[in-house]
Design a protein around this ligand. Structure first.
Ligand code: FES
Ligand code: FES
Length: 163
């Protein structure tokens, strides 16, 4: 058992667990960050998406040892109920989602997209979300919500802002 130190949502953490423990298990079971979901466990569905140093990463397939010293962002770090990220507000406004199980992963993938490309086309949004499966079929509303967030962020000058 070893201790691995990294940063989650801006806070330093140190976790004692085998280095090959999936980051998803560490987030949910060691750190209590249950917003990141377990779907397939096989890097196929995108439910478990987090950002590692800004890059969308399926945490079910990411070993704890590989995030030592790195910055991890989970859905809990995106916004708060009092101060939602524009993406979260846009998903609410568009009622994008039904069961909601996929949405943490989709919001994280969408954030990575807008950080890189503040004014994506619909095709670029669809491509960026290609690794995220929504079994409820809410794709049309999800695409609209990302477009709405991008427009809102452009208006407020938030486009490209980190968190
Ligand atoms: S749970 Fe990680 S991709 Fe499905
Ligand atoms: S809203 Fe249910 S899986 Fe996407």
């Amino acid at each position: 058992m070893q201790s691995t130190s990294f940063t989650v949502n801006g806070l330093p953490v140190s976790v004692s667990a085998d280095g090959d423990t999936p980051l998803l298990d560490v987030l949910r079971n060691h750190l209590g960050l249950v917003g990141t979901k377990f779907g397939c466990g096989l890097e196929q569905c995108g439910c478990c998406m987090v950002l590692v140093d800004g890059a969308p990463t399926k945490s079910c397939g990411k070993a704890l040892s590989t995030v030592a010293g790195r910055q991890v962002l989970t859905i809990e770090g995106l916004g708060t109920p009092e101060s939602p990220h524009p993406l979260q507000q846009a998903f609410l406004d568009e009622q994008a989602g039904q069961c909601g199980y996929c949405l943490a992963g989709i919001l994280i993938s969408a954030k990575a997209l807008l950080d890189d490309n503040p004014a994506p086309t619909r095709a670029e949004i669809a491509a960026a979300l290609d690794d995220n499966i929504c079994r409820c079929g809410s794709h049309a509303r999800i695409l609209r919500a990302v477009e709405r967030a991008a427009a809102q962020m452009a208006q407020t000058g938030r486009a490209g802002a980190g968190r």
